[in-house]
Design a protein around this ligand. Sequence first.
Ligand SMILES: CC(C)(COP(=O)(O)OP(=O)(O)OC[C@H]1O[C@@H](n2cnc3c(N)ncnc32)[C@H](O)[C@@H]1OP(=O)(O)O)[C@@H](O)C(=O)NCCC(=O)NCCS
Length: 172
Amino acid sequence: MVSVRKLNKKDAQNLALIANNKNISDNLRDVFPHPYTLKDAEWFIDFNNKESLDHRWAIKYHGEFSGIIGLHVKDDVYAQNLELGYWLGEQYWGKSIMTQAIDLVLNIGFSEIGCHRIYASVFSFNQASCRVLEKCGFKNEGISEEAIFKNGSFYDEIRFSMLRQSFFNKKS
Ligand SMILES: CC(C)(COP(=O)(O)OP(=O)(O)OC[C@H]1O[C@@H](n2cnc3c(N)ncnc32)[C@H](O)[C@@H]1OP(=O)(O)O)[C@@H](O)C(=O)NCCC(=O)NCCS
């Protein structure tokens, strides 16, 4: 019932509808706008399909567009890493959707793209996101003190990671 697929132009309306929510943007980097307009959604899909090197997918839950998950490409000495990012429309929270979507994308990252390490950075107040990463088998690597400046305040950042070998060990 949870699947991922590439974004397409027809997703713009649904994307704008569920992304326009401060409870989502408060947990994400400032590049995710609030308010989130149809123009923002159209720009994002176009940029993603034509220019971005990152890997991004629409999350489908029982056929409904419910959010976005991505693996962001790193360069230089970090080129064997991918950074995981994700969000769901608020009406889809608490149904184990993200735990399943992350598992699908870890498989793509390690098996198809072939990276060595996947990591995620979470604002310290985001307990739901920490829990999802723990459920998916990520290792809590520690805290970067007051690394985040969001909505006028400093917050700690918690870094989670998974190595390719641990992913395959977990599966076998
Ligand atoms: C974080 C987010 C992706 C979680 O997705 P989800 O599909 O609701 O997550 P799941 O249902 O798979 O798992 C949530 C877990 O967190 C737990 N949880 C939820 N709120 C919690 C809280 N305030 N404190 C502690 N645990 C919490 C749930 O109980 C569940 O754990 P359990 O299965 O052991 O009971 C979703 O809430 C979201 O999109 N939030 C806004 C954007 C965001 O935060 N993105 C991530 C940025 S790092």
